[in-house]
Design a protein around this ligand. Structure first.
Ligand code: FO1
Length: 314
């Protein structure tokens, strides 16, 4: 079993490669839910949906989120009725949120809903929310604490980042299957997702960091930072805010003691020795996932790094 710690778009693309080289039913993705938010009274789980739609082959690839060729009639009507519509929810996407909210209100857990939806959309990979309990990632800015989606989408990441917190994390339990998957894994791969918010949130769920550090499986991470910049998203100000360098070196510092091997891009090959000195192995490859073949190659590299890894965690 291969267990992947997953945020949104980067993780979804990595998983698209992984399903080309490993049977989907042998892959489990543990997905960040700190980005979840209620819009129009509906529970939206962006990272779960991004991964589900991508693996179902229905994602809007140009955005990385939402459903391909979706329409926005409901959103136009909502705007006319005075609702806030900065978060662009397409009509098909809305159907998912309506059904999710309906099932949650009927007493289903987020894990149960996520599993039902991935089966309905014929996704073979098992998808586990990091927790069934509510956790909200908030960003401290000069205008106050903002929910991650308000910071990223509504205000377009324009505010200075002064800090990050995960509301509800202390009381959150790992979702059923999360700890077991990590304990029984043959390999754990940290996808090229934001190390501070996506992966950082998953690792902050009580019990998860310990399960990753103590798993007998090799733990490999793919750096989402290439040549000093994130491939996508607001990792740079968030990394800086928590005192990390925006570089593959900063990613290594963040994952020190958690991983055995860091996969970095060819553009960062010059940092390899410095990163090895942090107590991890380094594999250098092309990490930019343009196209199906590039995704497959990165997944192959991650699996081969896992096969050859020696335990470097304390
Ligand atoms: N990101 C945006 O930049 N603008 C949007 O309007 C937006 C809508 C949206 C709707 C559903 C969904 O699942 C994701 C959506 N995203 C949007 C992406 C998302 O907010 C972030 O990329 C993730 O939270 C980061 O992982």
């Amino acid at each position: 079993m291969i267990v992947v710690l997953a945020g949104g778009v980067g993780a979804a693309r990595f998983l698209e490669g992984l399903v080309q080289v490993a049977p989907p039913e042998e892959i489990v993705a543990i997905i960040n839910t700190g980005d979840d938010m209620v819009f129009h009274g509906l529970h939206v789980s962006p990272d779960i949906d991004i991964v589900t739609y991508t693996l179902a082959g229905i994602v809007d690839e140009s955005q990385g989120w939402g459903v391909r060729d979706d329409t926005t009639h409901a959103l136009s009507m909502l705007a006319q009725l005075g609702a806030e519509t900065w978060f662009k929810l397409g009509d098909r996407d809305l159907a998912v949120h309506i059904r999710r909210t309906e099932l949650l209100r009927a007493g289903w857990t987020l894990s149960e809903v996520t599993d039902a939806f991935r089966r309905a959309l014929k996704v073979g990979v098992r998808l586990l929310p990091m927790s069934d309990d509510q956790v909200a990632t908030e960003i401290c800015t000069p205008v106050g604490w903002l929910h991650f989606q308000r910071y990223l989408v509504q205000r377009r990441a324009r505010d200075e980042v002064l800090g990050v917190r995960f509301i509800g994390i202390d009381r959150a339990c790992p979702a059923p299957g999360v700890i077991e998957a990590l304990q029984q894994a043959d390999a754990v791969i940290i996808a090229p997702s934001n190390p501070v918010v996506s992966v950082g949130t998953i690792l902050a769920v009580p019990g998860v960091r310990d399960a990753v550090t103590s798993t007998p499986a090799p733990v490999v991470a793919v750096s989402p930072i290439v040549a000093g910049a994130p491939i996508k998203g607001p990792a740079a100000p968030l990394m800086r805010a928590v005192g990390l360098d925006v570089s593959a070196r900063g990613v290594a510092v963040c994952y020190r003691g958690v991983i055995d091997t860091l996969i970095i891009d060819q553009a960062d090959a010059g940092l390899a020795d410095e990163i090895r000195a942090f107590g991890m192995e380094v594999a250098v490859t092309d990490t930019i996932m343009h196209g199906r073949a590039a995704k497959r190659r990165l997944a192959e590299t991650a699996l081969s790094a896992a096969r050859t890894a020696t335990r470097r965690r304390p």
